[in-house]
Design a protein around this ligand. Structure first.
Ligand SMILES: [Zn+2]
Length: 150
């Protein structure tokens, strides 16, 4: 199965983005494996806009989610799955778009910023850069002083 899903239909993902334009390209493959497990392998990609954490302007981020799931009906079955599957707990109808949305949220970078973000250059010329004294003490130098006390 191959198709596109509008970003607009993924409200939870959208709540983490700054723009709702775009679509997600999804490929899903359903199979019955050798252990008779029903599996869903998927791959989803999307270009989304997050807020750059340096300049606070939108930044385009390419998301890519890859997943390999096996259908389980309860926690017990989930525990017994081979490690290469994540459990897909099916209690009622599974909405595939929800599944893909969840995987994309997991693939979001914790912090987004422009690779060439130039906001750092906007420190005034006379402003001091953060000095080294503001940094945390090097844990190794702390260790060294402990050694000396012995
Ligand atoms: Zn930026």
């Amino acid at each position: 199965m191959q198709g596109f899903v509008e970003l607009k239909s993924m409200p939870q993902l959208l709540s983490l983005l700054v723009d709702d334009e775009g679509e997600v390209s999804v490929e899903l493959e359903f199979a019955l494996d050798q252990q008779k497990l029903r599996t869903v392998k998927g791959h989803a990609t999307a270009k989304v806009k997050q807020q750059c954490q340096r300049c606070l302007e939108p930044v385009e981020v390419e998301l890519e989610a890859e997943f390999s799931l096996a259908v389980v009906l309860n926690e017990e079955q989930a525990k017994n799955l081979p490690r290469y599957y994540d459990p897909l707990l099916v209690e009622e109808d599974v909405v595939l778009a929800d599944l893909v949305e969840e995987e994309l949220i997991l693939s979001l970078p914790a912090v987004a910023y422009h690779q060439d973000c130039d906001v750092q250059l906007s420190y005034g010329e006379g402003d001091a850069q953060p000095s080294e004294q503001d940094e945390k003490p090097n844990p190794f130098s702390v260790l060294a002083s402990l050694k000396q006390k012995r």
